[in-house]
Design a protein. Structure first.
Length: 134
């Protein structure tokens, strides 16, 4: 991959004056082929607060989940339909929706955006449930 040395007499052999010389070469393509592919960036989890109380809860929850190592994207505007479209555009792995109904039950609606499966998850268990999306 890397080579070099003295090339005294090389120029003289090719018809030029006798000149001392050194040189080196590197097989950059071979070095590049040995380099590992960078790890793919983790897909985010989209948090959607539906209503004022839901927005406050997802803001609190976002800090907690980021502290656990999850990549989190907050989606505030546009309601449920636009929020899910935004989650799809950012290639989120899951969407977590929290509104008044969910807060009344101390839960969140979690939709796996790959399979479309949706389930209610207790807020106390949400951190453990979302660990699968790391």
């Amino acid at each position: 991959m890397l080579a070099g040395g003295r090339y005294d007499g090389l120029i003289g052999t090719m018809g030029g004056p006798e000149t001392p010389g050194v040189g080196w070469a590197a097989g950059v393509e071979r070095l590049a082929m040995m380099q590992e592919e960078p790890a793919a960036a983790p897909r985010p989890v989209a948090l959607m607060g539906l209503g004022e109380a839901g927005e406050r809860e997802v803001l609190r929850l976002s800090r907690e989940l980021r502290g656990e190592g999850l990549t989190v994207e907050l989606i505030y505007k546009g309601g449920l339909k636009r929020g899910l479209k935004r989650a799809d555009r950012i290639d989120a792995a899951a969407a977590v929706m929290i509104g008044d109904d969910e807060l009344a039950k101390a839960s969140a609606t979690v939709r796996n955006l790959d399979s479309g499966e949706q389930q209610d998850v207790a807020l106390a268990e949400l951190k453990d449930h979302l660990a699968a999306y790391r």
